[in-house]
Design a protein. Structure first.
Length: 177
């Protein structure tokens, strides 16, 4: 159709042009950069959410009183947990791939720091979560207040570790730039 509209000269000229391609090293560099950005984004978002909870949300819930904090915890947790799991796992896997593609040990270090929030959650925070999330738990009880006060410092540990992972990821990105 094109040859009919524009003539055989143009048709033969376009047929001899090579298809645009990326050099393998350039394509690999672009893929590596995208993977690095994904890992930084996921880790930074995880850290930002954890910092917000530790600095503002949890202290505000405690100041509002045990009845508010106790009632607020379950819906907050049910909304936050899936996002935090997805960010931690995706950021970890992307960091591992970035390490594999770049051979920069900092990507591995950041990945291991980031994935460590999962055992921190399961071993240190989850026992408190389980009691707070139990439907039989009275959100107005003094025991709930004790649990909420225990929860804050435990969550700070996860915040600090994810912040360290974020800093390591940023340094790795700057090293590769």
């Amino acid at each position: 159709m094109r040859c009919v509209l524009f003539g055989k000269a143009l048709c033969s000229f376009t047929a001899t042009l090579p298809a645009p391609t990326l050099r393998p090293s350039a394509a690999l560099q672009q893929i590596t950069m995208i993977i690095e950005l994904i890992s930084i984004f996921c880790c930074g978002t995880f850290f930002g959410a954890a910092a917000y909870i530790s600095v503002a949300q949890h202290p505000a819930a405690l100041k509002a009183g045990v009845a508010v904090g106790g009632r607020f915890f379950r819906p907050m947790y049910n909304l936050a947990a899936p996002m935090q799991i997805a960010l931690a796992v995706t950021g970890f896997l992307a960091g591992l791939i970035a390490w594999y593609l770049s051979s920069d040990i900092l990507w591995l270090a950041g990945s291991l720091l980031l994935v460590s929030v999962i055992p921190i959650t399961l071993i240190i925070i989850k026992p408190v979560n389980d009691i707070l999330l139990d439907p039989a738990n009275d959100p107005d009880s003094p025991e709930t207040e004790v649990l909420l006060r225990k929860w804050g410092p435990r969550h700070w540990l996860r915040t600090i570790v994810s912040g360290a992972a974020f800093i390591v990821y940023l340094i790795a990105a700057l090293n590769g730039a």
